[in-house]
Write a protein that binds this ligand. Sequence first.
Ligand code: FE2
Ligand code: FE2
Length: 475
Amino acid sequence: MGSIDYSQKIPNNVNLAEDRTLQRALEQWQPNFIDWWDDVGPDASTGYDVYLRTATSVDAQGWAHFDFVKMRDYRWGIFLQPNDPNRGIGFGDHKGEKAWTDVPGEHRANLRRIIVTQGDTEPASVEQQRHLGATAPSLYDLRNLFQINVEEGRHLWAMVYLLHKHFGRDGREEAEALLERRSGDENNPRILGAFNEKTPDWLAFFMFTYFTDRDGKFQLSALTESGFDPLARTTKFMLTEEAHHMFVGESGVSRVVARTAQVMKELDTDEVAQVRAAGAIDLPTIQRYLNFHYSVTIDLFGADQSSNAATFYSSGLKGRYEEGKRDDDHLLKGRTYKVLEVQNGALVEKDVPMLNALNEVLRDDFIKDSVAGIGRWNKVLEKAGVAFRLEVPHKAFHRNIGALAGIRTSPDGRVVGGAEWSANLDRWLPSDADRAFVASLMGRVAVPGKFAHWIAPPAMGINRQPIDFEYVRFG
Ligand SMILES: [Fe+2]
Ligand SMILES: [Fe+2]
């Protein structure tokens, strides 16, 4: 069950060979994908042999095979979780009906929009991260970056498969457009804001994979509940891959924090200038990076009140995080949820219909999940005897979407005027000087087992290999 056919040009577990038309359409898209990879994928990486995992089955146990691969030759494929013919729809107006194997006509436009929006984030992050290889702090980290990059490429394949198989001509056009938009391009940007931001250095990369890949986890989890069964099955397998991306972020920031704490103890100082002079990233700068990535990521969940969110839920297209574990009626009509708005210069909560607030529900689930890892970073500081603590800023801080867009608050959620905002901007968000300092520390370390000075080594290697394993061989 679930094994993948690698004898095919496009590895898959969906019997692609039996659907010639679809196979031909995807085989036509494939060279365009490779062109895109060559064009805006990882810089100068074509000759590298990278110790990568490739999915060999969709089973939770032992689904990965590790070997040296040239990324351009990575076997991107189409893997769906096995079909459960009895699966029912768990929420919304179609609750209790059998899950759909084809797209219901009345939900076609909304489903396509959901799939395109998810699909667009996948190549976007590869584009955002394309220059990071040149400054990787170790071969171990370089390998992790590349693993994430190829898997985001595979996630694009996953969404393109759905578009080609279920949406006919306009699905094929959307699949082409996914290769044409570019992160940060003024004329043809990626769909969502956070995916047009730069990921200029490795602290940004670790924050991105901690926060923004976690947005992926929550979006994908909501889609695993979908009444459209092929979407549920494909996102389930994507989630398995996503776990490693978030691990890279959490352990990455943790290692940066550990090195900084070590330097602070050695010098017995919490002076930013001294920490920086010793080649470590000061904790206030790490906090500002956190503030930035957290705030742009929670914008990804969309407006706090949204009639689209209500429609997606009621029509069975997108559920809540862990829908099946919730003991309510899974219809949510007549229920309310608290969202924030500004009244008389202060943030206040107000009750709104829950169906309209489902973006906010998902955002709050995300927030709970992100806070846990920050607690683990603080444990590192505590153990080292450093008093500083990292924290997430208030939900209203630095927002650009929904009712909080344009409202200026301090990181602790106090509404402030324009003058106070401008005066404190460099204390609350990374300044040009912060970014320049972090950039000054970046430089490739390519000796097996060696790590850049600003980051501690990991606790263990990949796939039980030693830390000084040669994870990337330069051609
Ligand atoms: Fe992804
Ligand atoms: Fe990811």
